[in-house]
Design a binder for this molecule. Structure first.
Ligand code: DNO
Length: 348
């Protein structure tokens, strides 16, 4: 595996030098943050960023994410234009040496939490999702933690209304159409697409979600069989859906060559209604068996990119929720340990 770290570009508060100092760190995943979905990325700033990374001995082989516009997800009259832009962006990142592009197909919202600073017993803070708090959220008057409020209140209302006419089947059709268009470009330029699961993996505010577990993935891979059509195995996102058997999924999709990228993190289930807290990465801190997942990945022949995911704020750090330095660095040490063990002595 190749260990990487999320870096939010030059404005990230974590110096690249610190990332470089984490043992076994090969590079970062990053993106162009000043472009909206559906806008063309220019080559020059990307190459500049790459150079800056290289000066710190870090590679830029994974983009997280090239955002998929709502037009594409809705399949409306602007979809074809935005798909063409996405294709161009794939070519631009490929030229800069990128190998994997992470993206998601979640309508309107990316990941959702109800608390960005849930205080754990040990004084650390975590991202958390409480089904009770979520039930109180009024989508018409929305201030959700973790959501970057990139849509105005009016735009959000409009989108919620438009999506109320979009079924799961229609959204899936739009995803397949998008993939049929972009995957041939990926094959040509040598980039792999890695879809990020819906987080949490169920419908929210009646918006359809179509990447929630094994059934959805099988359907998607059957529709577009090229292995450039792959997955970001986010253990925390799939893991929040308790019906998902992560060990089985890890082995199955690694063996099929579908897992190009992994977000390896743990979640602690806090009731039987879907609530969870994002704890430290180690198995003993949460509800997932991280060692079994890594063993399954290695057994399945996984050789892609791995990053720690949301960390807690610990050691007095007051970092961007989920993206501070210390707990993610501890996560890296743990991930290194698990992979070294199974890659050296456990591979079947
Ligand atoms: C959250 C991340 C997601 C992810 C996107 C990929 O921390 O895992 O925001 O980057 O869903 O498109």
């Amino acid at each position: 595996m190749k260990l990487i770290f999320r870096w939010y570009g030059p404005s990230d508060s974590i110096p690249l030098e610190y990332i470089d100092q984490i043992p076994n760190m090969s590079g970062v995943c990053t993106a162009v943050y000043d472009k909206k979905p559906g806008e063309i990325w220019e080559e020059e700033p990307l190459l500049k960023m790459k150079k800056m990374l290289e000066e710190n001995h870090l590679e830029m082989e994974v983009i997280e994410s090239i955002p998929v516009s709502e037009n594409i997800k809705l399949g409306n009259e602007l979809a074809e234009h935005d798909i063409e832009v996405f294709k161009k962006n794939l070519e631009v990142v490929a030229k800069a040496g990128v190998k994997v592009v992470c993206y998601n197909f979640m309508p309107v919202f990316d990941w959702l939490r109800t608390n960005m600073r849930y205080v754990n017993d040990d004084g650390s803070t975590s991202l958390a999702y409480s089904y009770k708090d979520f039930a109180k959220v009024d989508p018409k008057n929305l201030h959700l933690p973790g959501w970057d409020e990139s849509y105005s209140a009016e735009e959000l209302q409009r989108l919620l209304e438009v999506y109320s006419h979009v079924s799961h089947e229609q959204l899936f059709k739009n995803l397949v159409h998008f993939l049929e268009e972009v995957i041939p470009v990926c094959e040509r330029v040598g980039v792999k697409m890695a879809i990020h699961p819906d987080d949490p993996p169920w419908d929210v505010f009646s918006l359809p979600r179509i990447v929630t577990g094994e059934k959805d993935l099988d359907k998607m891979f059957a529709a577009v069989p090229s292995t450039c059509n792959g997955l970001t195995l986010c253990t925390g996102s799939f893991g929040a859906g308790r019906e998902n058997d992560l060990v089985h999924m890890a082995k199955k999709y690694a063996s099929q060559g579908r897992i190009h990228y992994i977000h390896l993190r743990n979640v602690l289930y806090t009731d039987d209604k879907g609530s969870f807290v994002e704890m430290g990465h180690a198995s003993c801190m949460g509800s997932l068996d991280m060692a079994a997942i890594v063993k399954a990945l290695v057994d399945g022949g996984f050789e892609g990119y791995v990053r720690p995911d949301h960390g807690r704020n610990i050691f007095g750090e007051d970092g961007k929720p989920g993206y501070g330095l210390y707990d993610r660095a501890l996560g890296c040490a743990y991930i290194n340990g698990l992979f070294e063990m199974y890659e050296k002595y456990g591979r079947k």
